[in-house]
Each structure stands twice: as C-alpha cells, then as structure tokens.
Design a protein around this ligand. Structure first.
Ligand code: HEM
Ligand SMILES: *[C@@H]1O[C@H](CO)[C@@H](O)[C@H](O)[C@H]1NC(C)=O
Ligand SMILES: *[C@@H]1O[C@H](CO)[C@@H](O)[C@H](O)[C@H]1NC(C)=O
Ligand SMILES: CC(=O)N[C@H]1CO[C@H](CO)[C@@H](O)[C@@H]1O
Length: 534
C-alpha cells in the first residue's frame, strides 16, 4: 500500500510546507480577483483578506492613507476584506459622484452600528433607531431623519445660527476673561500645555452654551476629564470587545457622563439650555427614547460640539503664534474691524464691537489659516454603505454590502490639487490671488477636494456655527495674549499624530509647552468689555 509514498521526494515537514504554501498561493490569488470586470483595481494584502483589517487596527488611518499615496494614479481602488470589500476613493470628482449617489451609497445604515457601540445604546433603543432610516417622501419618518432635519435646519444660516453663535462667543469670552483675571494662571513664568488650555476653555464653554448653566460639567468639573478619557478611547469602544475591560477609562468616563446627563434631564436642567438641545430631547422622547438613552444621544452632540472645535482652535493658535509675521498680519486684520460702540449719546469711548460677519468677510488671512489648519488636520474618511450593486460614475462596479470610503487624508495631501508644498502649512493657498488682469480669483480647487466637513449627506451641520465660534475665540486670544516658547525661541510646531483612527482633527504627536501672558496694549484692554455682534 502507498508504495508511491516511498518515492515521494519530500520529508513530511517539507510536504506540509508545500501544501501550506500552495494553499497560501491560491488564497492570495483568490484575494486579488475582481468580482466584476469593472470593479476598481484590487490591492491585495500579503496576508489575504484579513491583512488590511489587521494593519488598519495596528496603524490607524495612516495605513490606508499610505496605500492611497502609493497609488496616486488610481482614483478608486478595492481592498478585499473578509466576505466583503472596501472601496477607497481618492479623487475629488469621484468623491462628488459618491456624494450624489446618496440613494444607493448611503451613510445612514452605518449610524446605528457606530452609535450603538460608541454610546453604548441598549437593544430597545436600537430597535427604534433602525426604523425608517432612509424615508422616502411620504414615508413615516424615523428618529434619525427627524433629528437630522432639525439640526441641519436650525444650524443653517439664519436667526437661530446668529443667536447661538453669539451665545458661544460670549461664553468663550467669559472663560477667556476669567483666565486672564487670574494673574497667577496667566503668568509669563509657568509653562502650559497649549492643547490642554484650549481644551479646557472650549469644553467648559461648549457645555455651557448648549446645555445651560446647570450642565453636568459645570456642576461637576471632574467630568471634564471623563469627557477626554471617553474621546481618547473612542476607537477601542468602536471595536467593542468587552469594552469595560479593553477600553476601561473611556468606558468609565462615558458611563459617568451618561449618568450625570441623565440626572440633568431628570431635573429638567435642559430647560435652561439652548433651544437646539431642548428640541433634540423633545424629538428623542417623542420617538419613545428613555431618559437614559437620550442622555447617551446628547453625549454624542456634546462630543460633536467640542472635539473638533477644540483641536482646530489649537492648531490655528499654534500656527499663528509660531510665526511672528503671520501673527502681526492677523492681529492687524482683527484690529481694523473693531468698531467703537454707539450709545444714545453718541460714541461710547472704550467700548468696542467685534462683528462675526466681519471676521469672516474682512479678515482674509485669519480665514485662510482656519481653512489651512482644517486641511492639514483632517485625515478622516467619509463612509458609505453600498445598498445595491452599482456602477459609479458609469465606470466602476461597486458590490452590494461593501463599504465606500472617501479618503480625505489622501485628497488633502494631493500635490496635483494643492501644489508642491502640499505638506507645509501655507495659508496663502487659500488667499485670493491677483491675476495679471488685476481681477481677483480664488485658486481653482475642486469643491469636493476640501473634506474637513465631509460632503454630501454627511456634510457637517455645525460647519457655519463652528467657523463663527472658532474665529471669535481665536480673535480674542490673538488680541489679548502673547504666546511664546518657554525658552524664548520660536514655538516648534509638532507633527500630527496620524497613528490613530481619526475620529476628529488629529492631535499633535507631542505636547506643546508655551508661556501665555496678558498683553498690555490698547487692544488687550479693549477685550475686557468687547461686545460681539453678527
Ligand atoms: C472645525 C470643526 C468641525 C469639523 C471639522 C467638523 C466636521 C464634521 C464632519 C466631517 C462630520 C461628518 C461625520 C461623518 O461623516 O460621520 C460632522 C458631523 C457632525 N457635526 Fe461637525 N465638525 C466641526 C464642528 C462641529 C460643531 C461645533 C458642531 C456643533 C454641535 C458640530 C456638529 C456636528 C453634528 C451634530 C454632526 C453629525 C451629523 C449627523 O450624523 O447627522 N460639528 N462634523
Ligand atoms: C422591535 O420593534 C418591533 C416593532 O417595530 C417589535 O415588534 C419588537 O418587539 C421590538 N423588539 C425589541 C427587542 O424591542
Ligand atoms: C471632526 O472632523 C474630522 C475631520 O474632518 C471628521 O472626520 C470627523 O468626523 C469630525 N468629528 C465630529 C464628531 O464631528
Ligand atoms: C475611518 C474613520 O475613522 N472614520 C470615522 C470618521 O469620523 C466619523 C465621525 O466621527 C466616525 O464615525 C468614523 O468612524
């Protein structure tokens, strides 16, 4: 029996190796196959199927970004993953096509999956959330559709946006003034972590103007730390394997905040909060949400309001103060839009108004810095689910059940869009250029190439508000303070930490220690009783 085995030239170990190798070869070969002749080019991983997923978990967002950078010639490509595909879009006009195809490439199915994990929502609430996700005209509207419609409408240009922007500017001003008044804090001798400083001011103010004076963080300042613990462990919560163990601090922080928010709702403290929060709570309760679940949903709104405003304000201040020439241009821009307030008896000396509209319309360098910091800081992906087999832009086959991601990070570092110095901070790229003819024009940049606020159906509803709030805050700090490196040199601008899953504008890879001191000139004095208007 089995005499042929006597002639088998290989040892058992070598035989196993050959079998394993052949199986691997077949698996690899299989993983490189397209599902359809028109499917985008497949980029297989050395470890078939699971390789991409493993690398994403290990290296965060920069893993896919690097694949995109190495394959610049491909406007879209396919990453094979277990039983499905991820399509990565790296071209602005194709990104626009994805955004237009919102019927078949939909974001909404993802929301329940993500929020369930991140917020820890219970099964009954998820049952409510999954109903009527993408209602057509005439269909019954689900919770998400109702709340999104309201938030987009209220945050759109108009009187409510003006009102809440002014509230925000005033609360930020109070916090900044309170800091300045504490001479001990605001001392030229004690170095401070710039990000921690901005974090505190923005967190406390945001909680206040959305949730009112009785907000959980005002009542219990320790919750501020819980909030940032939650933020920093978000990707672990997203993976959702025994979150109370694997994401201990984030989990604990979240649960403490939820408990406090539930108490807050129970006590009716939200009646002193902003109209938009009151409306959100009302919609949740109408759809049968419990107070506990509503508290979790409000945590997501607080999160959206705080995290990106914080990180982008940090980068803007850092870049401005790291470059003395830029600082003086921006200061000059802001100074020239200050207007003395008028009272009934004529001009009111010593009191000035700062118009948020003027900040946006008449401070071109400030606005350019804002946009440039968002371009550099945002590596996030806009994600869509493929609901049916689709031919995107009449060219690319996308398989039902797969995921499409628009790779903001790749588009934001594309030389062909932004120019050679694409990795440098250069606000000039957002300034209008004088042409030979003397007419002004904006540099020609594809509208879908600026991805910081997402695009299409997932365009950030808070983008107008964010700009109002951030520019108000930054201009106060620029007028009131000097921010310097502790050793008197220029402030060093660290790289962004792109080894994490980008859930918001990236943070710096190392802390930035600075000395913050109150200025002693006319403008710094003016800030003490500056009034905002729109
Ligand atoms: C510079 C600051 C900001 C940036 C860069 C930013 C960016 C974004 C992006 C890219 C999304 C889409 C996320 C996705 O695709 O899943 C988003 C969603 C959202 N943003 Fe912002 N945002 C900022 C500030 C704000 C502020 C201040 C608020 C105020 C509350 C806000 C409220 C929201 C909300 C409620 C959503 C969720 C929309 C939904 O899922 O229906 N954002 N933001
Ligand atoms: C989910 O909702 C359906 C009705 O829409 C109901 O019949 C079912 O019992 C609910 N399940 C849970 C777990 O609440
Ligand atoms: C914050 O901004 C980043 C970068 O644009 C974006 O990807 C992310 O979704 C935003 N997060 C929130 C909570 O708005
Ligand atoms: C790939 C990735 O990190 N996507 C994230 C982009 O931002 C949204 C909103 O914060 C997250 O839900 C996504 O997971």
């Amino acid at each position: 029996m089995f005499h042929f085995l006597d002639e088998w030239p290989l040892s058992p170990i070598a035989t196993c190796a050959v079998i394993v190798f052949a199986a691997y070869g077949m698996m690899y070969q299989y993983s490189t196959q397209k599902l359809h002749a028109k499917e985008p080019a497949v980029i297989a991983s050395g470890i078939p199927f699971i390789g991409h997923v493993l690398r994403m978990m290990l290296s965060g967002g920069k893993y896919i970004k690097n694949i995109g950078m190495r394959n610049r010639h491909l406007p879209i490509f396919t990453l094979p993953v277990p039983r499905s595909r991820i399509y990565i879009v790296t071209d602005p006009s194709l990104a626009a096509a994805v955004q237009r195809a919102s019927k078949v490439l939909s974001f909404t199915p993802i929301i329940p999956e993500v929020t369930e994990r991140v917020l820890g929502l219970d099964k009954a609430t998820m049952n409510i959330t999954r109903k009527n996700l993408d209602p057509g005209p005439g269909d019954e509207r689900g919770f998400l559709a109702d709340i999104q419609d309201m938030v987009y409408a209220w945050f759109g240009p108009g009187s409510y946006l003006n009102e809440i922007s002014l509230d925000a500017a005033r609360d930020l001003r109070s916090e900044v003034l309170a800091f300045a008044a504490l001479e001990a804090h605001c001392s030229p001798e004690i170095p401070m972590d710039l990000l921690a400083w901005v974090r505190h001011l923005v967190t406390v103010s945001t909680a206040k103007y959305f949730y009112g004076p009785q907000n959980p963080i005002a009542l219990d300042p320790e919750l501020e730390e819980c909030f940032w613990d939650f933020d920093h462990g978000l990707s672990k919560l997203l993976i959702n394997m025994f979150p109370s163990v694997t994401a201990g601090k984030a989990y604990k922080g979240r649960e403490q905040l939820v408990k406090a928010l539930e108490q807050y709702l129970e006590n009716g403290h939200h009646k002193l909060g902003s109209m938009i929060v009151q409306k959100r709570v009302e919609i949740a309760l109408q759809h049968g949400w419990t107070l506990r679940a509503t508290a979790r949903s409000e945590l997501s709104f607080l999160f959206a309001g705080i995290v990106n405003a914080t990180t982008s304000s940090f980068w803007i201040l850092l870049q401005i103060f790291a470059e003395p020439q830029l600082l003086s241009i921006v200061r000059e821009e802001i100074a020239q839009i200050l207007r003395p307030t008028e009272s009934d008896k004529g001009p009111n000396p010593g009191n000035y108004r700062l118009s948020i509209t003027d900040l946006k319309d008449r401070c071109p360098m400030l606005v350019a810095v804002y946009r440039e910091c968002l371009r550099l800081g945002s590596d996030n992906y806009s994600t869509r689910m493929v609901k049916e087999d689709t031919l995107l832009a009449d060219r690319y086959f996308l398989k039902k059940g797969a995921v499409v991601q628009i790779a903001g990070g790749v588009i934001h570092s594309d030389q062909s869009i932004w120019g050679d110095n694409v990795d440098d901070f250069n606000p000039g790229r957002f300034l209008e250029r004088k042409q030979q003819s003397g007419s002004m024009r904006q540099n020609q940049i594809h509208p879908a190439a600026f991805r910081a606020f997402g695009g299409g159906k997932t365009l950030c509803p808070g983008r107008h508000f964010a700009m109002n709030e951030i520019l108000s805050f930054v201009s106060l700090v620029v007028l009131m303070f000097d921010i310097k490196a502790p050793n008197g040199d220029r402030i060093n601008v660290p790289k962004k930490n792109d080894g994490v899953l980008p859930v918001h504008i990236l943070e710096p890879i190392s802390p930035v220690e600075v000395l913050i001191s109150r200025r002693r000139d006319k403008y710094a004095e003016i800030c003490s009783n500056i009034e905002f208007d729109v």
